[in-house]
Design a protein around this ligand. Structure first.
Ligand code: NAG
Length: 389
């Protein structure tokens, strides 16, 4: 098992790679020092690895073909857009969430003058400042993608502690509020929710409750995944109307510790979770397609990743941001590109001056831009994803 995904899933070069490995085995000249006694042992081992690679290659192909799509485009390196926002940072509170609307305009979910700190919640996860009422400022702001100016806003007198924003492929906006312990769906242009999950100001582990829900991902077919969150440590899957379909984890195999962000890799039929305090991204089967038996979860957990705060999907890949990791303070805080199928970090990125507390990441629907929202300092970074011509 341990060696199963050593080389990852890279569809195209597998056969030449296999041939090269066999040739290397026969020449005996293997660069890595290994405890191998003779050519037979080594080539036997390589044969079995090649068999595994070929079967993974087939599995990946079947997954991709089942979607009727070609190969997933490789993720490009995010390139910082300098001087964005052009007119200096807009007056934002803690920028908890960022999403990109269907027209490519970034939308942030911020906390106005309210601040999330160690006083905000008590031991039973109840928000301690309910009497202050909802945030009186517009909490959902649309920014100009070219210069970062605030173009429009809504969401005043509704939310107590914003946490995440997701815009699905039908233009619905999904917001999570960790103080209300609820998830809200708003149709395009609406300021009244068309769906609410969880019980207002009532944290709990029941099936109709949430406890500080952190994020939402929505499948192209409408199924909804909620990472729930700071206390319940589970991910819930609902049908498009909000009926509960399943709860992750269903077995001991997948213990979560603060699932802080969730993203779908639909071609691979995986739902990926930023399992923050376990310092990994773990992706169980999303079970969006019935024809395939779900495999075991894949997991990306290299030391350098530390506490993963947020993930956003792009094709078969994820862009991720991490945060300060108390146990290893020297770890770099910034952006990472992950290949979950290969269980690997394949790129690192970020502004040259570094980031302090990135909290959310989003990719535009056309894949041309990436945004990172940061809390303290409160700001949004824009990166270009230059597409191959
Ligand atoms: C937490 O706060 C809520 C409401 O403010 C209260 O009902 C509850 O008893 C408190 N829990 C603890 C453990 O103090």
């Amino acid at each position: 098992m341990a060696r199963k995904r050593r080389w990852g899933w890279s569809p195209a070069p597998l056969l030449p790679l296999a041939a090269a490995l066999l040739a290397a085995a026969l020449l005996v000249d293997v660069a890595e020092p290994r405890a191998v006694n003779n050519v037979h042992d080594l080539s036997g081992e390589l044969y079995s690895e090649i068999r595994e690679l070929l079967s993974m290659h087939r599995a990946l192909h079947q997954r991709g073909e089942a979607c009727g799509l070609g190969a997933a485009p490789a993720p490009v390196h995010p390139r910082l857009v300098p001087n964005w926002p052009l007119h200096g940072p807009p007056p934002l509170g803690q920028v908890a969430g960022v999403a990109v609307a269907l027209n490519g305009f970034p939308v942030v979910f911020h906390r106005g003058a309210r601040v999330f700190n160690s006083q905000s919640f008590n031991e039973s996860h109840n928000f301690q400042f309910v009497e202050e009422g909802p945030i009186p400022e517009d909490t959902v702001l649309t920014l100009d993608p070219d210069n970062g100016d605030v173009l429009a806003g809504w969401g005043r007198d509704l939310f107590f502690m914003p946490h995440s924003i997701t815009i699905d492929n039908r233009g619905n906006t999904w917001l999570t509020d960790v103080a209300l312990h609820q998830v809200f769906k708003f149709g395009p242009g609406d300021t009244k929710p068309s769906l609410i999950l969880g019980k207002r100001l009532a944290p709990g582990p029941a099936e109709d409750q949430l406890c500080m829900p952190t994020d939402v991902a929505v499948a192209s077919t409408g199924e909804v995944f909620v990472s729930d969150g700071y206390c319940n440590a589970r991910v819930l899957k609902y049908d498009p109307a909000g009926a509960l379909l399943r709860v992750y984890p269903s077995q001991e195999l997948l213990q979560l510790q603060v699932p802080h962000s969730v993203a779908l890799l639909e071609r691979l039929d995986l739902v990926c979770v930023a399992d923050r305090e376990n310092r990994r991204v773990v992706c169980p089967s999303a079970e969006l397609r019935a024809e395939r038996a779900p495999g075991p979860p894949v997991s990306v957990r290299p030391e350098e990743l530390g506490r993963v705060f947020a993930i956003a999907s792009f094709g078969d890949y994820l862009y991720a941001v991490n945060g300060y990791t108390h146990t290893t303070p020297s770890l770099r805080v910034g952006g990472f590109t992950l290949d979950p199928a290969a269980e690997a970090v394949i790129d690192k990125w970020g502004p040259p001056q570094g980031m302090s507390n990135p909290h959310a990441v989003a990719v535009s629907p056309d894949g041309s831009a990436l945004y990172v929202a940061e809390i303290g300092p409160n700001r949004v970074w824009k990166f270009d994803l230059p597409q191959a011509a």
